[in-house]
Design a protein around this ligand. Sequence first.
Ligand code: GAP
Length: 503
Amino acid sequence: MSEVSIEDLTVFAKKKGFVYPSNEIYGGFAGFYDYGPLGVELKNNLKSNWWKTFVQNRDDIFGIDGSIISSKKIWEASGHLTSFADLIVECSKCKNNHRADHLIEDKLAMNVEGLDANALNKLIKDNNIKCPDCKSSLKEIKSFNLMFPVQVGTSKDNIAYLRGETAQLIFSVFKNVVDSSRVKLPFGIAQIGKAFRNEISPRNFLFRTREFEQMEIEYFIRPKEKKCPLLSKRQLQLEFQFLSEQDQVKKRKHKKVKMSSLINKKLLGEWHAYWLAESYLWFIDLGIKEKNLRIREHTKQELSHYSLGTFDIDYNFPFGWKELYGNANRGQYDLKQHMKFSGKSMEIFDEQTKQRLIPKVIEPSFGVDRAFLTFLYDAYESDKKGGNVVLKLNSQIAPIKIAVFPLVNKLDEHALKVYLMLKKDFVCKWDRSGSIGRRYARADEIGIPYTITYDFDSLDDKSVTIRDRDTTKQIRVKIEDLKKVLCKLLKGEKFEKQGKLIK
Ligand code: GAP
């Protein structure tokens, strides 16, 4: 496991052009980040892989791209203007505000997730917790709404909101998709896009920011439908680390369970299990190590205002186990709320039951930036001295797939031809400076899965050497076969089988 701290990863990400602190030339802007040349490639690869997996490869999910600024009415209906808040505590002297749960967690090293204002107030008093900035006493806890208001047009009274979750744009466009796309239950609507939250204490690099992206699906099913015909054998037999509500109440650790056993114990319904498994496998199939993941059930107290039951996928970050992904059973809450507030029917005709009904919703919700942070951290490996970093990113999401090197500068012209040929089909990098060893190290550090060297033998045998980043094994491959071989390698086919292994 990578032992890099979140601070070291932040420095690495900046140095290599993955992510920079936003507005840095003006002293920075807390909670906002800019993605650099490698970061934007990695992020786009994550998003396009997700879109292909969950939208394009399926017949039951429809994509949309809703507006970022939306009317106050949407957020009144969704309950975000009243319930989407965190608890803050103000210092009586310096007036700085702190997120109450974070402050207590930092001071007492305990998990206070889901505790209400009274319980947190008591913890602050009992443990004599002071302002971390000036050490003065703290006032009573109050609630702080996380929605970002914006003025639209010239009137100061025309207040709209930056969306706090992409989900609401799916619910508000639900009827349009139903009417225009001939959908049949069960089906989903998916969206990738920005969301904004006025977080009180953005921290831990990309983990908690004020502007971030989400990849969300609202999956609509018949309200009484219990059976999920999509559940596969792989999903039912999926084994993972699980922390139930009971385990948390009794302060026990997570344990290994099978998805089928959670369904049998009625801890979660089949549709919920299907989406949890499908999402968990997306992370695993793209290379996240299973030992670093667990599924955690939300306790009753911490459930969001819309949720009948939520299960998170947590990752073991350097700052502890934290939510990477959330999956809520939102029931009929949102569609009913929008029906009530807009006066428009959200019922749809179900061909199977020949009834008009309001579907129930299971919501798999991925954060792009948190997934980005997770993939980066999980892939980061350095030797003990911290000198040589190898970023073992899965080749499907690696920002650059191939690097081409001439062994010596004399071979530039020949190697360049190979590079220009490959560049038409792959994201490639050309590197001719420094020793071959240095060039390998530079490529490893930014996660390039395969490097190609054109050497003196290439002039005669019309072949090149491909090196595998993770094993450092090398094979010799004919230039005319190179594209075909690289396609196979990038699809995950066995390295040794694609050419003559160099001993
Ligand atoms: N629609 C449901 C929803 O928004 P959430 O648990 O509040 O649920 C879903 O957010 C995901 O969005 C999280 O699992 C996380 O990946 C990401 N996310 C939420 N708040 C974030 C923040 N402040 N910074 C970065 N990512 C965030």
